[in-house]
Design a protein around this ligand. Structure first.
Ligand SMILES: [Zn+2]
Length: 289
């Protein structure tokens, strides 16, 4: 009887030990995942390029309205967000009459793999983190896709026209740390967008929430492998620290999503677009007419 008790105690201790070990493993995987998502956030990417730690930035908060709104971003975080007052800022209003046509710009070639979708609500946007290894050839340079996220309504405008949503695919040049962002407009259509549809019921609703998909998906199913018609210009990240390290590729052809889908994104993210910024002499190129 006594021996049985002791064995029982031993077994249950073992099981308890194993489960807590398993829990620790899950915890550390979760920590790694959240760290990766954080590293791929726009703020961290800007800070990483300038060799700053994002420590002080993480104590600073911005909003899209009120005293922490876009007009005051440059003054919120000491020197760190001063770029928000710079003269090569994004987004911009693209005036089609003023763009320079340039036949020498190469078409965009994307090579996006299947990836687990780690979806995170960072309080400003819904960010889909992408597994490493997916690349795009943008104006002759190879970049790696890090993440994509959404803005309601669109940040870029075309001749003053604002689309209901814009997706940003954030890429980094591995060697220089410079970024390239592809902007895709969403327009309202009759049908649900097939790619978004897979995640609509899983979108993390509150700041800090996240969800990891059970299967792998590719954003390559939403946009063509080769994109010929786009605008390109030099600008910045559209959230603090507004680092001016971005080559923008704004695709002319919008994709479609249903009214309900667009509404759901807006319901979660609210209005999260920065007002358009002055060109200050910059030139916007058009790949083709
Ligand atoms: Zn963005």
């Amino acid at each position: 009887m006594k021996t049985k008790k002791i064995i029982g105690l031993f077994v249950s201790t073992l099981i308890l030990g194993l489960t807590s070990c398993e829990n620790e493993k899950v915890d550390s995987q979760e920590r790694d995942l959240l760290q990766e998502i954080e590293d791929n956030s726009e703020m961290s990417l800007g800070n990483a390029f300038y060799g700053r730690t994002s420590k002080s930035s993480s104590d600073c908060h911005f909003e899209y309205e009120g005293h922490l709104g876009p007009e005051n971003w440059a003054d919120i975080c000491g020197e760190e967000w001063k770029d928000c007052d710079g003269n090569a800022q994004s987004p911009i209003d693209i005036r089609t009459r003023n763009v320079h046509e340039n036949d020498n710009i190469e078409e965009l070639e994307t090579d996006y793999n299947y990836s687990m979708m780690n979806i995170y609500n960072n309080g400003h946007t819904i960010q889909f983190n992408y597994d490493s290894g997916s690349t795009a050839l943008l104006d002759g340079k190879r970049y790696e896709l890090l993440q994509f996220h959404f803005h309601t309504s669109s940040e870029h405008t075309i001749d003053g026209y604002r689309y209901p949503m814009e997706m940003h695919l954030v890429h980094r040049d591995v060697n220089s740390g410079l970024l390239a962002v592809i902007g895709i407009f969403f327009k309202e259509g009759r049908r649900n967008n097939h790619f978004l549809d897979k995640f609509m019921s899983k979108l993390p609703e509150n700041e800090g929430d996240h969800y990891t998909s059970d299967n792998q998906y590719t954003i390559g199913s939403l946009i063509p492998e080769e994109i010929e018609d786009f605008y390109t210009y030099n600008g910045s990240l559209t959230t603090p620290a507004c680092s001016e390290i971005v080559t923008w590729f704004v695709v002319k052809q919008p994709v479609y999503a249903s009214h309900e889908q667009l509404e759901r994104f807006e319901e979660i993210m609210h209005e999260n677009f920065r007002p358009t910024q002055d060109l200050n002499g910059r030139v916007v190129y058009s790949s083709e007419e």
